[in-house]
Ligand binder design. Structure first.
Ligand SMILES: Cc1cc2nc3c(=O)[nH]c(=O)nc-3n(C[C@H](O)[C@H](O)[C@H](O)COP(=O)(O)O)c2cc1C
Length: 218
């Protein structure tokens, strides 16, 4: 093999190998979520009365039933025909992705199929925030804006709208947690660079906020 063919072969091999190396979380299985339970929940005004931030979490895992209701409430599809969601989004861009960091790995919520897709195996909870409780709480949601979905918006508009859209999702989570007796806090205190690196995000994916969810510590 001459030098040029050797280089071409190496490049081809590289192209073939890179996607294999990037198939992270291959030892994790997708978590197939259950249909949301539409008949649960406390009276709305009581839910509002009790909505609050808590920074004290039990280490107990959340069952799939709770994860299913939580994610659907957060930003699930509530109108199948139009593919629209439980939270509004500017120009219906639906640019916020919800990642979920748990003890066994990092998952991405696929709202259309109501599935948690494995992204990375391994525990990155400690990287999701600068506060101690994040490493022990069972669930840390990470709200990531995909700027590539925001069409012709300017950079300033992307920053503004993705922050606003995240607020609606986060509030849905707050209200669900208040209704179900779960503890939660939305968080901006994140080393975004370190977390984005650990999550292997693309440059046009921006971490907006994180939110910890769990049972209250007894
Ligand atoms: C955009 C935003 C960022 C926040 N970041 C943090 C944070 O990094 N850590 C934290 O413990 N709480 C954080 N909070 C929660 C606030 O501290 C909390 O909402 C506020 O103290 C009012 O308390 P309440 O939610 O119980 O009403 C944040 C809230 C918002 C809206």
């Amino acid at each position: 093999m001459n030098r040029i063919s050797f280089l071409s072969a190496s490049l081809l091999l590289g192209v073939l190998i890179i996607p294999i190396n990037l198939t992270f979380g291959e030892d994790l299985k997708p978590i197939h979520l259950l249909d949301p339970q539409l008949d649960i929940g406390r009276p709305f005004m009581k839910v509002l009365k009790d909505r609050s931030s808590s920074r004290s979490f039990s280490t107990e895992k959340l069952p799939v039933k709770v994860l299913s209701n939580l994610l659907w409430a957060a930003f699930g599809v509530n109108r199948q025909d139009a593919g629209k969601r439980t939270a509004p989004s500017a120009r219906n861009w639906q640019e916020i992705d919800i990642y979920m960091a748990m003890a066994d790995g990092l998952y991405l919520y696929d709202p259309k199929n109501h599935v948690l897709k494995p992204v990375l195996s391994g525990d990155i909870r400690t990287l999701t925030g600068k506060q101690d409780f994040v490493k022990d709480a069972p669930v840390n949601l990470i709200y990531v804006a995909d700027f590539s979905k925001m069409g012709d918006a300017t950079k300033d508009e992307k920053v503004l709208y993705s922050a606003a859209d995240t607020g609606f999702i986060s509030q849905n989570v707050y209200l669900f947690c208040s209704s179900e007796g779960l503890a939660t806090v939305v968080r901006g205190s994140i080393d975004r660079e370190a977390l984005a690196k650990a999550m292997k995000l693309r440059p046009d994916q921006k971490i907006i906020l994180a939110q910890t969810v769990g049972y209250p510590k007894k």
